[in-house]
Design a protein around this ligand. Structure first.
Ligand SMILES: *Cc1c(COP(=O)(O)O)cnc(C)c1O
Length: 401
């Protein structure tokens, strides 16, 4: 990498700040755990033996490189050129395993014998339970009680993979409550346990570490686009944003390329102003959530607001600090799509391309309607996951229609 010109967006500073956002706001009792990780993650990730094992598992276990697919009929519909980065074809059905494979190897090298995780849609829980089975390591997954109900197949998968799923019964009984439980567990088990966070959120070094593990997405896109079109750079990269890990991975190697428009799509729920939304950049203010300073949906007096999205993976009242910085600096363009728009976009992609996307990814597809695209544009959309887990929701909507 060219080190003469320091990248402005890719890396946080020593303290983990992207502009004003990031850092590590943690209780004293977590200091040791987080500090151990902070001082070691880069060295471990750069070890030749780590890289060898990580790359091998990405190839033979996860199934990378994932294809970059030219979506012909979808392109024709929007009168442009649309390429889909097929993270839905990763083992376990979404991009999340890129990160969990990396973190389990890191945890092993830190000598950890027990893994904890939190999960919303259940995709991160499955991805974590999967790599724990792969390595024979104990796995405990915290999950909101409400999410356990609406994501039953993923709960069954986690149990079959040998993980213990513990319901979070406080608050809205969703992702943020599960996260609180996981943090509590980590405080109580500081020595033997590694906490695998599933997105680019949490205290430094998690946002940077997870972004690096997911950056394989844009690394591959550059090579694949070069092979297909002769140029490495698209005009647009589109990704949905919950915490922001698939977007961080899809943006990563384009962050310093000013000609590439980076488009992040949040969940508007019933509508940004409806009171039932998860569009954090539209509704949030500066605050501290789960260990870092970022944009947070909150009341006047700083209580976290319950978010809403039809997709459990986007149902989070914050956003990773890198994305808060991309939003504030204007480097990223933030759009939103409602529940309805996301569902309709998923139906459209299913019919036009024979691909059933996850509800989360439906939000990214819905944004195509909001962009003035032309036949000169080259759009890369991160197809973050497949829709099998959302079939019950899709079925309910088809019944109504
Ligand atoms: C979890 C999930 C997301 C949202 O998480 P990010 O960290 O924002 O990527 C998006 N799509 C799918 C398929 C997911 O499982």
């Amino acid at each position: 990498m060219n080190t003469k010109q320091a990248p402005r967006y890719t890396f946080p500073n020593e303290q983990g700040y992207y502009g004003r956002y990031g850092g590590a706001y943690i209780p004293e009792m977590l200091y040791r755990n987080v500090e151990e990780l902070r001082t070691q993650y880069l060295d471990i990730m750069q070890e030749a033996s780590f890289q060898k094992e990580y790359q091998q598992l990405l190839q033979d276990y996860v199934g990378r490189p994932t294809p970059l697919y030219f979506a012909q009929r979808l392109s024709k519909h929007f009168n442009t050129n649309i390429y889909l980065k097929r993270e839905d074809l990763c083992h376990t059905g979404a991009h999340k395993i890129n990160n969990t494979v990396g973190q389990i190897l890191l945890a092993q090298r830190l000598g950890k014998k027990r893994i904890i995780a939190e999960t919303g849609a259940g995709q991160h829980g499955v991805a974590t339970a999967t790599v724990c089975a792969l390595k024979g390591i104990e796995c405990i997954v915290y999950m909101g009680e409400k999410d356990i109900e609406r994501q039953a197949p993923n709960v069954a998968r986690m149990k079959m993979l040998g993980a213990k799923v513990i319901p979070a019964v406080s608050g809205s009984k969703t992702l943020k409550d599960a996260t609180n439980e996981a943090i509590r567990d980590w405080i109580n088990n500081p020595y033997n346990t590694h906490y695998i966070i599933g997105s680019v959120v949490g205290p430094h070094p998690y946002p940077d570490m997870v972004a690096r593990f997911q950056s394989i997405i844009s690394k591959e896109v550059r090579q694949q686009l070069k092979e297909k079109t002769g140029t490495e750079l698209p005009t647009h990269v589109i990704a949905c944003v919950g915490g922001g890990s698939n977007a961080a991975g899809a943006f990563y190697h384009f962050l310093e390329e000013q000609s590439v428009q980076l488009i992040a799509v949040e969940a508007a729920g019933h509508g940004v102003q409806s009171g039932l939304s998860a569009a954090t950049t539209q509704l949030g203010r500066d605050g501290i959530l789960h260990g870092s300073r970022s944009l947070v949906m909150q009341t006047e007096d700083g209580q976290v607001v319950e978010p809403h999205s039809i997709s459990a993976g986007l149902d989070y009242p914050g956003i990773g600090p890198m994305h808060a910085h991309l939003f504030e600096s204007g480097r990223g363009r933030f759009l939103s799509a409602t529940d309805d728009e996301a569902v309709q976009a998923s139906f459209q992609v299913a019919k036009l391309e024979g691909i059933i996307p996850a509800l989360e990814t439906g939000h990214a597809f819905a944004a195509l309607n909001q962009l003035a695209l032309t036949e000169k544009d080259c759009v890369v959309l991160c197809l973050s996951g497949r829709g099998d887990k959302d079939l019950a929701t899709y079925m309910r909507i088809m019944d109504v229609e």
